[in-house]
Design a protein around this ligand. Structure first.
Ligand SMILES: Nc1nc2c(c(=O)[nH]1)N[C@H]1C(S)=C(S)[C@@H](COP(=O)(O)OP(=O)(O)OC[C@H]3O[C@@H](n4cnc5c(N)ncnc54)[C@H](O)[C@@H]3O)O[C@H]1N2
Ligand code: MOO
Ligand SMILES: [Mg+2]
Length: 432
């Protein structure tokens, strides 16, 4: 059985991330939030665009004010007022000052700004009793970045600061990676949708809803293909459908050793290659990972020869998650989430995030497999602490998974972490 790190390495190597030759689209700036930049962003603008004032005060010539103090104040004629957005009229001559406000253009002839708090106004003259440093409170043109500098690299997800930077650079059409298309379906005769009455022996296909939420949370497009009965033909059809429209396929259920677990068999019948059949982890042992040839609908339209070759070279990644709801979510968080994040074009921040924290309670595991115990990461007196989730830690117990934001990891061979001991936890529900 593969270790978790071996399985992770196999998955990350199988990934063929979206690239900026065939997998980009142009979106309006307002629709760029949450998208991933496909090309670096530069601007012809300098930032700041011109020398401007960092303070409300007076624009002066340093020569006129250097060395002044309470006994020898500098007294200057105030020749005009320059609020932000105003274009000055006259050039500052020796012995002159201009009233200036934060953000306003530094008038020609001035090179320093004196804060108004250290001045006294006397009609149309200003008395300055504290000598500033040369060029103090002047935001020099181009001091943040120069025309042509890279403002944002490719592979960055557009969040609030990046939205501001794109706007400041007047990047109104943004080139981003297209969204990953992730097909989701569930397998099992016992399953019904949430809106159906439950007959005896039936349960709701809760995995679909949870997995759809996780896929969307990553900014990917969820293609929900519903419930597939435990019939080989039905499963084959839905996988073929998924192969046409999706980059990544996620199924849950039917990957264990039961007589109705057909996923592996059908993947092989579609000449898929199975790379992972099970992993030494609990929960999540029966995880199945495969690749299948590209039956992309794009292949049918007349592409350029180059694009056809490109599409043919792109295999589809298949994750057969275990049916147990907690197993499905834990294997998603541990493997599928970083895989989709890397596939989506993120240059960094896609790897799973583990942090070392204190365990609030004693943590136990069988020790035979790498054990994932769900719970919550809380901040107690400014320090992260991992608190166990409620209820029995069995992989069918979805109900007690509520509010989970972290999963404690006990490596194989370690079956106990004492209360207040150090534990490594996997952050879930967020990625940097
Ligand atoms: N003899 C053995 N039996 C099992 C083994 C084993 O090694 N030897 N592995 C166990 C482990 S570990 C897991 S995990 C499960 C996984 O089995 P499957 O992936 O084949 O899942 P199913 O059998 O189809 O379902 C398992 C369980 O989960 C419920 N389920 C299934 N799909 C959904 C869904 N979409 N939403 C909510 N719940 C779902 C299903 O009703 C079953 O209760 O195998 C163990 N068995
Ligand atoms: O993989 Mo199972 O999730 O140990 O129940
Ligand atoms: Mg089964």
């Amino acid at each position: 059985m593969l270790s978790v790190s071996e399985a992770e390495a196999i998955i990350f190597n199988l990934l063929q991330p979206l690239d900026n030759q065939f997998n980009t689209e142009i979106v309006d700036l307002l629709s760029a939030q949450g998208r991933i930049l496909a090309v670096p962003i530069t601007s012809e603008l300098d930032f700041p665009h011109w020398d401007n004032s960092a303070m409300d005060g007076y624009a002066v010539r340093y020569e006129d004010v250097k060395g002044c103090d309470r006994d020898n104040p500098a007294i200057l004629d105030v020749i005009e007022e320059i609020p932000a957005g105003y274009q000055q009229i006259s050039r500052l001559q020796p012995g002159q000052a201009a009233r200036i406000f934060t953000g306003a253009v530094i008038p020609t002839g001035a090179d320093t700004v004196v804060m108004q708090e250290v001045t006294q106004r006397q009609n149309n003259r200003v008395v300055i009793q504290v000598a500033p440093k040369a060029q103090e409170f002047v935001r020099k043109r181009g001091s943040y970045s120069q025309a042509g500098d890279e403002l944002l690299p490719a592979g960055v997800m557009v969040k609030a600061p990046e939205m501001g930077i794109l706007a400041a650079a007047q990047c109104n059409q943004v080139c981003v990676f297209r969204k990953p298309k992730v097909a989701i379906f569930s397998t099992g005769n016992e399953l019904v949708t949430a809106d159906k009455a439950l007959n005896s022996g039936q349960i709701v296909d809760s995995n679909r809803y949870a997995l759809m939420a996780l896929v969307r949370q990553l900014g990917a497009e969820a293609i929900v293909l519903g419930i597939v009965p435990d019939e080989p033909e039905a499963l084959k059809e839905v996988i073929e459908t998924a192969l046409i429209s999706a980059d990544i396929i996620i199924s849950s259920g039917g990957v264990s050793v039961g007589d109705y677990d057909y996923v592996e068999q059908i993947i092989q019948s579609l000449s898929g290659e199975i790379h992972i059949r099970s992993v030494g982890m609990k929960p999540g042992k029966p995880l199945t990972v495969a690749t299948l040839e590209n039956e992309d609908s794009d292949l049918r339209v007349s592409n350029s020869e180059e694009e056809t070759q490109y599409l043919k070279s792109r295999r589809k990644l298949y994750f057969g998650l275990p049916g147990n709801p907690v197993s499905a979510l834990v294997t998603f968080w541990r493997f599928v989430q970083p895989a989709i994040a890397k596939f989506s074009g993120l240059a960094s921040g896609w790897k799973p995030i583990f942090i070392k924290v204190k365990a609030k309670q004693e943590l136990r595991s069988s020790g035979d497999r790498e054990c994932y115990i769900w719970g919550r990461l809380n901040v107690v007196d400014g320090v992260y602490e991992f608190a166990l989730g409620a209820g029995s830690k069995v992989s069918g117990n979805l109900i007690n998974l509520a509010q989970t934001n972290a999963i404690a990891v006990l490596p194989a061979g370690q079956n106990l972490i004492p209360a207040a001991g150090d534990v490594s936890v996997l952050l879930v529900g967020c990625h940097l």
